[in-house]
Design a protein around this ligand. Structure first.
Ligand SMILES: CC(C)(COP(=O)(O)OP(=O)(O)OC[C@H]1O[C@@H](n2cnc3c(N)ncnc32)[C@H](O)[C@@H]1OP(=O)(O)O)[C@@H](O)C(=O)NCCC(=O)NCCS
Length: 182
């Protein structure tokens, strides 16, 4: 019988103190370091839900809303927002806390699509998701819409279907010179 799990069963939280070795030349934490932590927690959450190792199939847009300073305590929270047959969308939220004042700030949120794999590297079916409240349903539906939008984005500018003439006008608004060598 198909197994179903709640997102509580796979929810993961990690906190890490930001060290000088994670900073760039202006003393802020490298965005790439935060992305790496986000990928790790998405992996942990997806692996807990699927009970197997997973790979990252895609990462949604990440907006860095606020800089993170050396010495702040960063907390990442991950939970399953959506399940397909072999894939899961993991929502990851990053907050940072000033240890001395206790002030928290929301630094970014993103969505990682992770795919469950077996020992031979084949994608394998995962448990279904029990949606226990309105937030869980809202997140699930939002993931469906985001997936549909991503499909449209991917197919819109196919090289074989791109008509040059019908897209030249929009370029008038930009600081470019058209110098075609066809
Ligand atoms: C992502 C990957 C697993 C897809 O494998 P595939 O054999 O093409 O698998 P399928 O087309 O059957 O897709 C498997 C699932 O992944 C989803 N998927 C595949 N590519 C995706 C993408 N770019 N974005 C979102 N979901 C994706 C599919 O929708 C499908 O979901 P479902 O089973 O829930 O319906 C494969 O391309 C891969 O292994 N990529 C490398 C992953 C990796 O190494 N990541 C770390 C980078 S260093």
């Amino acid at each position: 019988m198909k197994k179903y799990k709640t997102n509580k069963e796979s929810r993961v939280t990690i906190s890490e103190l930001m060290l000088p070795s994670h900073s760039n030349f202006s003393g802020k934490i490298h965005g790439g370091y935060i992305l790496s932590l986000m990928d790790q927690i998405a992996f942990a959450c997806a692996s807990k839900h699927s009970e197997t190792y997973c790979v990252t199939a895609s990462v949604d847009k990440v907006d860095f809303l606020k800089p993170i300073e050396v010495g702040e305590l960063v907390t990442l929270k991950a939970s399953i927002n959506h399940v397909g047959t072999t894939s899961m969308v993991v929502g990851v939220r990053v907050e940072s806390e000033n240890i001395q004042t206790g002030k928290m700030k929301h630094c970014n949120s993103s969505y990682f699509t992770m795919v469950a794999k077996n020992d031979k590297g084949a994608s394998i079916p995962i448990p279904g998701l029990i949606l226990e409240n309105k937030t869980a349903i809202r997140r699930f539906v939002r993931s469906i819409i985001r997936k549909e939008d991503a499909k449209t984005r991917q197919t819109r500018f196919k090289e074989s279907e791109f008509e040059l003439e019908s897209h030249l006008e929009i370029l008038n608004e930009y600081d470019v010179k058209i110098n075609l060598n066809l």
